[in-house]
Structures are given as structure tokens and as C-alpha cells.
Design a protein around this ligand. Structure first.
Ligand code: NIG
Ligand code: FE
Length: 400
């Protein structure tokens, strides 16, 4: 197995509750795992013979993880961007058949090869900033065949690039026109059967829904979650994005991995999340794009010890964002996260939001998914706008 020692590095290990900095550090990797990390002066004699690579004093962090994306979709929604600038709201556009449903139409019309070809440039943009693991949701098919096609394409991304993909079934994302006024029937006849079929094909790592006035209520989501539970799949939820619907408390009651958006979450929701260990996934790209005003209850999340993750929410409508670094910057500037919280949000807490315990920190036994940055201070990662200081991306111990 290939061994290497990344020496003369400044490490942000993410140990503890800050950056977990090690000033003159080293990381030893063997195959795709980290076997040792710490101050170079404490390198055990057993590792002394391993070839050293001088990192030139650069910052080494766990590679960023994008834990909430809708990366696979057909078409684009640039026209809606223009409409919103003329004053139409996201909800008005959705209710008029635009929004998610316009992407559904384009996605149903696209074959696997087309969906893959359209997703790759978005994936490449994330990879350019060091991302090694990302989550990809279905939810623009809303019929059995297209939901499965989206998930198959998502899985194929990992054959095309050196990246780890986690797939999330999100059929309860919007109600298609064929089921207008019959949301319960849509849940029973499409969402649940497509979840079972996708699971049978080994295509599902987690189950998501959109709990919102323009989407599904808590009872409808609970039926999907009951199916997930019966199949042994973890759940997560788009909750309290535009209004307070009770989705966060519901998600917490199912021990959800995460509740995402959560702008309208309350202090009681934060308490429930803390108790269930549910991560708050903060999505500033959607807040920014939709000109939202309601800030997520960051102070309550801090006070109750709710782990906060940050993600691009890359999607064609509310967050056409393919920069994890910009998501970090927006998290700080729009929501006053600290730069350390932003880095934790795309590493250790993003891993947790995906139910992964083998990445997101620099520690022995974890995957050697690392990012080497040309920065002096880790806060620079969140501070700079439109600048990519990535020097090297390491995926499973291999530089790529
Ligand atoms: O995470 N909130 C619902 N789903 C997506 C938006 C999808 C879309 O507009 O196409 C989100 O913001
Ligand atoms: Fe989303």
C-alpha cells in the first residue's frame, strides 16, 4: 500500500470545536486512509522512513463535503431568474407551473447520457475547489422512471470522476400536474413505490422531502419517513424554508440526519434537533438568490449545541451555486457564522449530515480526503470572494 507523509504543513484537523490547528504538522497516509496526524516533531519512529512530501507550510484541511445538492437536472431556469428580478416571487412562479415543475418537464425529457453530460461541469466546478464527497438528490422526476434515472446518473458521476457520491431519494419534492389537488395519492402511488424501487436497486443512501405550503405537509412527509424507517434508511428534510410548517420537529422525531434551510425554525425546534442529534444544514445560496429576509436561528443552534453544516444546495432554481467556498463566505456574511463554523460546516458537520463517520476530520482511521490550500490563515477560505486558493486535492490518499 502506498504510504506518504505530508510534512511541513499547517493542519486544521477540526478536532475539538474549532479549527483544531497544528502549526508545524504532518499527516501520514497509507492507501486511502490517514494513519497518523500531529506535530511533525512528534512523528513516531515507525513512520520516520516514509517518503516525505514538503507542503511548504501550506494549510491542510479535510477536503470539503457538499452535503445538499440537486446536481442532476435537465434544462435551466435562467428565465425565472429574470422574472424574479421583475418582482415575481419563488412561490408565485411555482404556483404558475414554473419553478421545480419546469425542471421536472426538462428532466423527464432528458436521457441518462444528457443528464450526465449536463451534471459533469457542475461537479467539476465543485471538484476544482477540493470537494471529494457530495450528496445528490432526485426530485425532478416525480415519476418512478425518472426518479430512478436521476439516481442512476448521480451514482455514475463517481465512475466519471474521483469523487464519492451519496444519493438521496427526494420524490416528495413537488406535486406534479398529473396529481394536482391529490397530494396524498401522489405520496401513496408515486413517492412510496419509487422509494421502494430505488432502494431495491441499491440507489438510496437517505430519504428527503420538502415540507412546505407549496409542497407537502407533515402528515404526508411522515408517511414517506415511515417507509424509509421500514427500509432501514435514514431521513432528512427541507424544512421551514419559506414558512414554519413543523417539519423540523417532525424530522427530529424521526432522528433525522439533518433539517435543511431552517430559516423559520424556532428555539423549540433547535432544542428538538439538539436532542435528536439532527444537523442544521444552512443554505445561504437559496436565501441569497430568493432575496429572503428571515435569518435562520443561528444563536439558538449555538446555544443548544446543534451542529451546523453549510452547503451549496446547487439546483437550477433557488440556488444555482457551484462554489463551496462562496457558500462559506455567504454563511459568514449573511448569517454571521464564524469562519471556523463555516469550515466545520463543510467538513465535520457536513459528514455528519450525511451519516458518514469516516471523513470530515484529519484523524487516524479516517479517509485521506484532504485539501491543501495556499492561505496563511484558515479564515481566508471564507473571507475571500471569487478566489480559489486550492493547491492540491487528495482523494483517498491520491492527489487528483
Ligand atoms: O433546496 N426547497 C426545495 N428544493 C430546492 C429548490 C429546488 C428548485 O427550485 O428547483 C431547494 O432550495
Ligand atoms: Fe435543496
Amino acid at each position: 500500500m502506498t504510504q506518504q507523509c505530508l510534512a511541513n504543513a499547517k493542519l486544521a484537523t477540526l478536532a475539538g470545536d474549532g479549527y483544531g490547528l497544528v502549526a508545524a504538522g504532518a499527516v501520514v497516509t497509507e492507501g486511502e486512509r490517514i494513519v497518523w496526524a500531529g506535530p511533525e516533531s512528534a512523528l513516531p519512529p515507525a513512520h520516520a522512513h516514509i517518503p516525505r512530501r514538503d507542503m511548504g507550510g501550506r494549510l491542510v484541511t479535510p477536503a470539503p463535503i457538499d452535503c445538499h445538492t440537486h446536481l442532476v437536472f435537465g434544462g435551466d431556469r435562467a428565465r425565472e431568474f429574470a422574472l424574479r428580478l421583475e418582482g415575481a416571487s419563488y412561490e408565485e412562479i411555482a404556483r404558475a407551473g414554473g419553478g421545480i415543475l419546469s425542471t421536472v418537464k426538462a428532466t423527464r425529457e432528458a436521457d441518462e447520457a444528457t443528464l450526465l453530460a449536463r451534471a459533469l461541469p457542475r461537479l467539476d466546478a465543485l471538484i476544482t475547489e477540493g470537494v471529494t464527497t457530495l450528496e445528490v438528490k432526485s426530485g425532478y422526476g416525480l415519476d418512478l422512471e425518472t426518479e430512478l434515472r436521476m439516481l442512476r446518473v448521480a451514482r455514475r458521476l463517481a465512475d466519471e470522476r474521483k469523487v464519492r457520491i451519496r444519493t438521496t431519494h427526494l420524490c416528495a419534492h413537488a406535486c406534479p400536474p398529473q396529481y394536482a389537488g391529490r397530494k396524498d395519492a401522489f405520496i401513496d402511488e408515486i413517492c412510496i413505490p419509487s422509494l421502494r424501487a430505488a432502494h431495491a436497486e441499491g440507489l438510496v443512501d437517505a430519504v428527503d422531502g420538502f415540507c412546505e405550503g407549496i409542497a407537502f405537509d407533515t402528515e404526508q412527509i411522515a408517511r414517506v419517513f415511515d417507509t424509509a424507517r421500514a427500509l432501514g434508511l435514514p431521513v432528512k428534510l427541507h424544512a421551514e424554508q419559506l414558512t414554519h410548517q413543523g417539519g423540523t420537529a417532525l424530522a427530529a422525531s424521526y432522528g433525522a440526519l439533518s433539517a435543511d434551510h431552517v430559516e423559520y425554525a424556532t428555539e423549540a425546534d433547535a432544542r428538538a434537533m439538539a436532542e435528536s442529534g439532527t444537523v442544521a444544514v444552512i443554505l445561504p445560496g437559496a436565501f441569497y438568490t430568493l432575496h429572503e429576509k428571515q435569518l435562520p436561528p443561528i444563536a439558538a443552534f449555538r446555544e443548544h449545541g446543534v451542529p451546523m453544516a453549510l452547503s451549496t444546495d446547487c439546483n437550477p432554481g433557488s440556488s444555482p451555486l457551484t462554489s463551496i467556498l462562496l457558500a462559506m463566505n455567504m454563511g459568514c456574511t449573511l448569517f454571521r457564522l464564524t469562519p471556523a463554523e463555516a469550515l466545520r460546516g463543510v467538513t465535520v458537520n457536513a459528514a455528519r449530515a450525511l451519516g458518514l463517520d469516516d471523513c470530515g476530520r484529519i484523524a487516524p482511521g479516517l479517509r485521506a480526503d484532504l485539501a491543501v490550500w495556499d492561505v496563511d490563515d484558515p479564515a481566508e477560505l471564507a473571507w475571500r470572494i471569487g478566489f480559489n486558493p486550492l493547491h492540491e486535492r487528495i482523494f483517498g490518499g491520491v492527489s487528483c
